[in-house]
Each structure stands twice: as structure tokens, then as C-alpha cells.
Design a protein around this ligand. Structure first.
Ligand SMILES: [Fe+2]
Length: 196
């Protein structure tokens, strides 16, 4: 069989492109190199051990923590650690794309449409380890909840980064703007004053 130089280069590139991503450092490198349209294919190649993610984990009793792994102008990579019963309010995504890769445990996602001030449940899914879900503001609002009776880890990729979003206040029955904060950044615990 005869291969031209162009064919060989193409095959090598294809092999590199299809290789699984097995470390967080490699995942960050791939995102640094990826065009926006390539980000989802990068995530689909991710095959990183849970123990790698656990290096970035921090825990809050009964709640979830946001741990920044990497932040660029074009994306934000956050590990969320879900203690038992941790739950988000109904929220949007600040006009950005949001992918959720379930690292360990299970999370229940509920998606809602809002019409005339009331929410309609459009979809409910249990996210198991290895699953990849996607959300943006055109798809409505959602909540994420760990009702599994064990801890869970999820990797969230935002493109672009989200500094604030709209969160529904059940008591006031209205949306409020929430400034997003990190509990740790690059494994370093942040004081409340310096949280982002
Ligand atoms: Fe969300």
C-alpha cells in the first residue's frame, strides 16, 4: 500500500486528535489550543481518573463547593464537590455555554421553562459517572441536586467564564443577580474576602 507524505501527516494528526485525554494538565492544554467549535469534542475524549480530580476537591457540609482548576478569557474549568443533599437554586448561565462532566457519584438535573412567572419542569435526568450534559440560556433554567446519599464530583466547563448569573429566590419569588465565587483556586483555599 502506498501512502503520500500528506496522508501520513493526516493520519498522525487524526491519531493525536482521537487520543483520550488522561490528565487534567492535558485537558487544560487541549482547551488552550481548541477553537470554540472544538471544545465539545475535547470533552468527549476526556478519560481522567477520579483521583486526579480529587486533588482539587474541597468539601462543605450539606452544600457544594466551587473549585477553580483553570481560568482563561475563553473558558473556565471548575470542579464542583457535592456533599449529600447539596442543591443549587434555579439559575441561568450568564449567556454562556455550560458543559457538565459527571466525574463520580450521581447528580439529578431538572430543566425548567418559565412562562408568565411560573416554572414548568421540562426534563429530569440522573447524571451518572462519565455522562456529559450541556446547558445554555436558550434551553431555559435548571437545578442540580445531589440526592444520592453519597458525595459526588462534577467538572463544569464554562465558555466563556461566568462571573454572575440569575438565581431564583423562592421566598421573594423573583430572580436575583448572583456574583459567582470560588471556594478554592488552583487547590488554594480562598478567604471569603478574596473569593471570586
Ligand atoms: Fe448550572
Amino acid at each position: 500500500m502506498w501512502f503520500s507524505k500528506v496522508n501520513i501527516i493526516y493520519c498522525l494528526q487524526e491519531k493525536i486528535i482521537m487520543q483520550p485525554i488522561t490528565s487534567i494538565e492535558n485537558l487544560i492544554e487541549c482547551f488552550d489550543d481548541a477553537e470554540p467549535s472544538e471544545q465539545v469534542s475535547v470533552l468527549k475524549r476526556t478519560n481522567i481518573s477520579v483521583s486526579d480530580f480529587e486533588k482539587y476537591a474541597s468539601w462543605i457540609n450539606g452544600e457544594y463547593s466551587r473549585n477553580c482548576i483553570a481560568r482563561r478569557d475563553s473558558f473556565e474549568m471548575i470542579l464542583i464537590c457535592w456533599d449529600e443533599d447539596a442543591k443549587t437554586p434555579i439559575h441561568d448561565h450568564g449567556g454562556q455555554h455550560c458543559w457538565v462532566l459527571q466525574v463520580s457519584g450521581t447528580i439529578t438535573e431538572k430543566r425548567f421553562e418559565q412562562n408568565d412567572g411560573s416554572f414548568t419542569l421540562e426534563d429530569e435526568a440522573v447524571l451518572n459517572a462519565g455522562s456529559l450534559s450541556y446547558m445554555n440560556d436558550k434551553m431555559g433554567y435548571h437545578t442540580l441536586e445531589n440526592n444520592s446519599k453519597s458525595r459526588a464530583l462534577t467538572l463544569h466547563i464554562y465558555a466563556n467564564p461566568i462571573d454572575q448569573c440569575n438565581v431564583f429566590n423562592e421566598e421573594k419569588s423573583e430572580f436575583e443577580i448572583k456574583e459567582m465565587v470560588y471556594d478554592t483556586m488552583h487547590k488554594m483555599e480562598l478567604s471569603t474576602a478574596s473569593k471570586k
